[in-house]
Design a protein around this ligand. Structure first.
Ligand SMILES: Nc1ncnc2c1ncn2[C@@H]1O[C@H](COP(=O)(O)OP(=O)(O)OP(=O)(O)O)[C@@H](O)[C@H]1O
Length: 226
């Protein structure tokens, strides 16, 4: 097995400073390993800490204790001690985040939004454009919308632009935060295909899927948060 991520004894307690410093313990002694080529789905009741763990794997949240080791080809990086510069680099080259919510950037076209992560890696613009067009097409975003900024798009169209952007780069590690939520069946199946393709390419995937049918289709195994 080829390790991609190793989580060791993760601890996270939220402190509500403006509410009498109430403490909310969320992650306690979480340990897990994720290999390249598998999709691990976080499973547990609402409030069990799935989002907190997923955000920690993207270094959005900093756990209080433990380790999150990211295995690169030539070295390992612990997200709890990584520098801001290392985290920015990891997000550019190694760890992708796909959620249902699009950060709309005013006046930037849908095609440019999807191409940008590829351009950031120094990939030629004609190759980036081809990949973006392939994904927008696959996700049924009508071609007449590609040159427009998505601020006026429907919720579903914006979501599909965001998913296309999330899959533009073939990241070695992909974090999926309910990417199929509120998609119709046809488009949810496209996303399931994209996940399967990423798995076959050898990406290590961690995701949250509330829909049991989707979860069972994509999961190599479940990780229980109970
Ligand atoms: N930024 C935050 N500040 C304070 N408390 C938080 C914060 N984020 C999450 N929590 C708390 O941590 C607990 C776990 O939340 P989290 O969103 O990780 O659960 P979840 O399993 O993803 O839930 P759901 O399935 O409902 O999305 C909750 O009690 C929540 O109130």
């Amino acid at each position: 097995m080829n390790l991609a991520i190793e989580v060791k004894n993760l601890e996270k307690t939220f402190m509500l400073h403006n509410q009498n410093s109430v403490k909310i313990p969320v992650l306690s002694g979480i340990s897990m390993s994720i290999n390249f080529g598998e999709c691990v789905v976080l499973n547990g009741h609402s409030g069990s800490g799935k989002s907190t763990l997923l955000r920690s794997l993207y270094a959005n949240y900093k756990p209080d204790d433990g380790q999150i080791i990211i295995y690169l080809s030539d070295r390992k990086i612990d997200l709890l001690t990584a520098s801001a510069r290392e985290i920015i680099e990891l997000r550019k080259t190694t760890i992708g985040w796909v959620s249902q919510f699009l950060r709309v950037i005013p006046r930037v076209s849908a095609l440019d939004i999807v191409m940008q992560p590829l351009l950031d890696l120094g990939i030629d613009s004609y190759i980036a454009k081809d990949k973006a067009a392939y994904l927008l097409n696959k996700l049924n975003v009508p071609k007449r919308l590609w040159s427009l900024a998505p601020s006026t798009f429907s919720g579903g169209e914006q979501q599909r632009v965001n998913i296309a952007r999330g899959f533009a780069v073939d990241y070695p590690i992909l974090l999926l935060d309910e990417p199929t939520a509120s998609l119709d069946n046809q488009n949810a199946n496209v996303v399931i295909d994209l996940i399967e393709e990423a798995k076959k390419r050898g990406s290590a995937i961690v995701g949250i899927f509330h829909d049991v049918t989707t979860r069972d289709k994509v999961a190599s195994r479940l990780f229980s948060m109970e």
